[in-house]
Ligand binder design. Structure first.
Ligand code: AP5
Ligand code: MG
Ligand code: ZN
Length: 211
């Protein structure tokens, strides 16, 4: 099963991705995580990516597509994969069609009014990548899953979030239509649902796809 997770910044893609990967035994591939790992390791790709991510803009398509194309050749992808944060525009979607076959696209719909608070209050585990929100941490600074240190992403500030949302609306939202027309879009609504509840809907949609 090869899947794409679509949704605005802060919609809960990463949160659902961990659960989907665990449950269905497929590999979670997040282009954002790949870029952040490169930034941390000081690679050339990391330096380039940082200059775009800090402004909330997309990293150039050529670089991003090459990374994904290569990543999908790794042995762990043969059992299936879940793309989180890719494709992000029409060009990337068309490129992906040249080197991959996608079975389903999970689109997380969310009221955009919630996103600023979610993103600016987010804390992420340095070790395992789990996301938390300050409002539920009760002052804790370590990960409940693995004890890793929690940090705030550099692009989770009001200015950068505003430009990430604008980029989403202009460039990524049209992909909903793209996959809808192909008949592989699975819509779920994340607005009222806590992550565990939303995952029930995601599971129902994916189990139907697999049946
Ligand atoms: P990326 O890392 O993909 O970030 P994003 O798309 O902005 O999405 P986020 O990771 O911020 O949100 P999420 O949907 O994963 O939400 P999460 O589960 O963490 O990309 C970052 C940058 O990299 C881009 O801006 C771009 O520059 C570059 N990039 C990446 N891919 C690229 C590509 N293909 N092409 C070009 N450039 C690319 O949840 C958010 C918060 O909400 C957390 O606090 C969480 O605890 C909370 N939460 C989650 N679910 C729920 C729920 N159901 N109820 C209540 N709270 C919830
Ligand atoms: Mg994410
Ligand atoms: Zn952790």
């Amino acid at each position: 099963m090869n899947l794409i997770l679509l949704g605005a910044p802060g919609a809960g893609k990463g949160t659902q991705a961990t659960k989907i990967a665990d449950r269905y035994g497929i590999v979670h591939i997040s282009t954002g995580d790949i870029f952040r790992a490169n930034i941390k390791n000081g690679t050339e790709i990391g330096k380039l990516a940082k200059s775009y991510i800090d402004k909330g803009e997309l990293v150039p398509d050529e670089v991003t597509c090459d990374i994904v194309k290569d990543r999908l050749t790794w042995a762990d992808c043969t059992r299936g994969y879940l793309l989180d944060g890719f494709p992000r525009n029409l060009f990337q979607a068309q490129e992906l069609d040249r080197f991959a076959e996608i079975d389903g696209v999970v689109n997380i719909n969310i009221d955009h009014k919630l996103l600023l608070d979610r993103l600016c209050g987010r804390r992420v585990c340095r070790e395992c990548g789990e996301s938390y929100h300050v409002s539920t941490l009760g002052g804790k600074t370590v990960c409940a899953r693995c004890g890793g240190e929690l940090y705030q992403r550099a692009d989770d500030n009001p200015e950068t979030v505003a430009s990430r949302l604008a980029v989403y609306n202009e460039q990524t939202a049209p992909l909903i239509d793209y996959y809808e027309k192909r008949g592989i879009l699975l819509n779920v609504t994340g607005t009222e649902a806590p992550a565990e509840v939303l995952f029930e809907d995601v599971k129902a949609a994916l189990d139907k796809l697999l049946a």
